[in-house]
Design a binder for this molecule. Structure first.
Ligand SMILES: [Zn+2]
Length: 251
């Protein structure tokens, strides 16, 4: 398919104009006109670009692209090397950040819920028109430890569990990636546990003192679902060849 058509199909589905984001969403680096092979990955790091080049990708779709607010504007060092490889090989980079978190069926939050067996019941913040965090329930009430073990099995990474008390887990709030600061919204929602990717020193105190379990399940580990779901969807609906490249990251 034509690159412009791919961008327009993704924009239509992800509606980036509905989100206030920290980076440009959509086509970030323009490559060749036709896209047959689409590589996907969580972050447009150099290792992903190298694998995409080796696989002869025409374009790369990621969750964490480039040109973040407050980042240095100069094209030097790491940024130079990444852009040089993309431009030399005429490979496009498409990045979708918050729109990919929030997509109701193929987004990072939706796919994480499926993976962990959580049934969504609503948004974490009811005032958001496009919620990027959700609340829901697990089928059977479990202990925090057993829930942690199930998450480890599903994501292939041991989560860090912060106990908020003796209670079991039935209701859950979750928001993938670096959303530990949204724990206040989970507390307001009154859930048993809150899952995100990363953790800060202050998250531990909020969990303990407000009585909500906190589960730090990995930023990378919780954000692999969205790009894979979109790659698979493009393969089925638009005849594109898709390959996901998992560049390991312990955080
Ligand atoms: Zn992220």
């Amino acid at each position: 398919m034509k690159l412009q058509e791919l961008v327009s199909v993704l924009d239509t589905e992800l509606q980036p104009w509905m989100f206030k984001d920290y980076c440009p969403n959509g086509l970030q680096v323009e490559g060749r006109e036709n896209v047959l092979r689409l590589a996907t990955g969580v972050t447009a790091c150099e290792a992903l670009i190298d694998q995409a080049i080796a696989w002869k990708a025409d374009a790369i779709l990621v969750h964490h692209g480039y040109f973040w607010k407050n980042e240095q504007a100069q094209v030097t060092g790491m940024k130079k090397r990444r852009l040089q490889k993309l431009l030399t090989h005429d490979i496009s980079l498409l990045g979708y950040h918050l729109p990919l978190d929030g997509h109701p069926t193929m987004g990072n939050n939706a796919t994480l819920a499926k993976l962990l067996g959580i049934e969504e019941t609503g948004p974490m913040d009811p005032s958001e028109s496009r919620p990027i965090g959700n609340i829901g329930e697990v089928a059977d009430t479990v202990s925090l430890e057993d829930f942690g073990a199930a998450i480890e099995k599903a994501l292939g990474r041991k989560p860090l569990l912060i106990s908020g008390g003796d209670h079991t887990v039935k209701t859950v709030a979750w928001c993938t990636g670096g959303a530990q600061s949204l724990i206040g919204k989970a507390i307001e929602a009154g859930v048993d546990a809150y899952i995100s990717g990363e953790i800060s020193e202050s998250t531990v105190h909020a969990a303990r003192e407000e009585g909500v379990h906190y589960i730090s399940a990995g930023h990378h580990a919780t954000e692999r679902g969205g790009v894979q779901a979109f790659g698979a969807w493009l393969a089925v609906n638009h005849g594109i060849e898709h390959q996901f490249f998992d560049i390991g990251n312990p955080v």
